[in-house]
Write a protein that binds this ligand. Structure first.
Ligand SMILES: [Zn+2]
Length: 505
């Protein structure tokens, strides 16, 4: 538990406040503590799960300790599934533990598990081809992922292969992928919906492998099946099974997936507010989704965003206790299923939405913020450009801006606000190989957090929040004239996002 108990620094000029923010961020950082509690102790935060609820309660406790008014605000409900242990074991032709886990929402297996012969889905050349094969899956565990030609990274190939063999590898890879995609199209399914069709055809289990092109790293999403377990197995073990199945060895696998179905759970947004001292009805919003996929512990997607905002508020409570406008933190639920928490918030709070100054959203990993776009707001350059001048030079010099930018249609929670015409901005980070290492993978863990970069982000958010609170008037909401689309007609401002308030399962 972290308590707010330090002397309040009353600073005079804007420059002095910024200097005090930097000083506090470097001298008393709580980021490691916040990360340990959220990422290691609570862990993954799948929508509807008990851990998601623990995370909401933790956020409220932290913000209460920081002297803010914090609450969990219900907006819907979702199927409640609690992950248990997963074991996948090859039992024939030799005994081997396989590296992998059940997908989120996968039906559990019987106590003893399900053991069966493994078959590999072939390449289909037509729809009837697929239909005929479907008759053969009864009683089998089916491998439904592509088995890549090589388990080495592209960078590894480029560095070590001869140019000729690298070229050959690239062309084989491209051909394999397009054949696989064509084949999948004949099934009329995606990797997410195919297990349902296999279940109907009598398969007893499904194994996928969603490789990110780095050894050992794989994405773990959700299962759509209703009866049979769906596992994700790391490429290295997946390839082993695949080759054996292809060569007629008839390998056997035992899948044991324990999980609990807990019915339906309410879904929430965690909201913290520090009332503005002179303009309490106007808001500066700090936005970061709290939920995650559950293949690992959601460290960079998006615990880093959550703790950045928390640290920024901790710093501001010390350095800027007399905030003019209300500072509102939104830690949204169910971003991963379609920005559901944040879009529910804008639907449910017209009174807040109409008086929002700006929204700062962070949700693309642990890297330092280096890009800010104007989200299609014509005058964003004027106020953001001005505010950025107050950042320490070495931070400011790295930030590239693009104004007016474009109003994004999704991607992360600022879109929920942009769609309502509210100036909302994604603060974009350096990559740290986010796409291949941590985004929705089995490796999104505490050790991937780069604390110096997150510390810098807390400074950026604190400074921009302070200046947005101090700005004499609400900033312009004028939208840019959008360019012509591919159909030759002017593009329309995005605006059709609607919160999904039930899982429908
Ligand atoms: Zn995210």
């Amino acid at each position: 538990m972290l308590l707010f108990s330090s002397p309040i620094i009353v600073a005079q000029s804007k420059e002095a406040v910024v200097a005090a923010i930097v000083q506090e961020a470097n001298a008393n950082s709580q980021l490691e503590n916040y990360a340990f509690e959220l990422v290691d102790m609570i862990g993954p935060r799948l929508v509807g799960s008990p851990q998601m609820q623990q995370a909401h309660d933790w956020v409220v406790r932290q913000y209460t300790a920081l002297g803010t008014h914090a609450r969990n605000e219900a907006y819907g409900e979702w199927r409640s599934w609690e992950r248990g242990t997963s074991q996948a074991t090859m039992t024939f032709p030799r005994l081997k533990s396989l590296e992998g886990t059940q997908l989120a929402f996968s039906p559990m297996t019987k106590e003893k598990g399900v053991e069966a012969e493994v078959i590999a889905m072939p390449i289909f050349h037509s729809q009837p081809d697929y239909q005929a094969w479907l008759q053969t899956v009864k009683g089998k565990i089916v491998l439904i992922g592509m088995n890549p030609i090589s388990g080495r990274s592209d960078a590894n190939w480029k560095e070590s292969a001869s140019p000729k063999s690298y070229e050959k590898y690239q062309s084989l890879k491209t051909r394999q992928l397009s054949a696989w995609e064509q084949s999948m199209a004949y099934t009329g399914n995606t990797r997410r919906t195919l297990p349902l069709a296999l279940e109907a055809a009598g398969a007893v289990g499904v194994i996928d492998s969603y490789w990110t092109e780095l050894p050992g790293i794989t994405r773990v999403f959700d299962a759509k099946s209703r009866q049979i377990p769906v596992f994700n197995i790391a490429l290295e073990d997946y390839g082993l099974l695949y080759r054996m199945a292809e060569r007629g060895v008839k390998p056997r696998v035992l899948l044991q997936g324990k999980s609990k179905e807990l019915g339906v759970a309410k879904t929430y947004n965690s909201i913290a507010e520090i009332k503005g001292k002179s303009k309490p009805d106007e808001y500066v919003v700090l936005s970061a989704h709290l939920d995650s996929w559950d293949g690992a512990s959601g460290a960079t997607d998006n615990a880093t965003g959550v703790i950045t905002m928390m640290e920024a508020v901790r710093i501001l409570r010390k350095v800027y206790p007399d905030n003019k406008r209300t500072i509102l933190v939104g830690n949204w639920g169910s971003e991963e299923q379609g920005l559901n928490g944040s879009s529910a918030f804008v639907e449910d709070h017209p009174e807040i939405v109409k008086n929002i100054q700006v929204v700062w959203n962070q949700d693309n990993g642990t890297g330092r913020i280096v890009r800010i776009g104007g989200s299609g707001f014509e005058k964003a350059y004027e106020y953001i450009g001005r505010w950025l001048q107050y950042l320490p030079e070495e931070i400011r010099n790295e930030i590239q801006t693009s104004f007016p930018g474009m109003p994004g249609t999704g991607g992360s929670d600022h879109s929920s606000f942009v769609q309502r015409g509210i100036p909302a901005f994604g603060l974009s980070s350096t990559s740290w190989d986010y796409g291949k290492v941590t985004w929705h993978t089995n490796r999104d863990t505490y050790d991937k957090i780069v604390f110096d970069e997150v510390r810098q982000n807390a400074v950026i958010v604190a400074v921009l929040t302070y200046l947005a609170c101090e700005e004499p008037e609400l900033v312009s909401r004028d939208k840019m004239v959008l360019p012509l689309g591919s159909d030759g007609k002017p593009m329309a401002w995005p605006g059709n996002l609607k919160a999904k308030r039930t899982s429908g399962n």
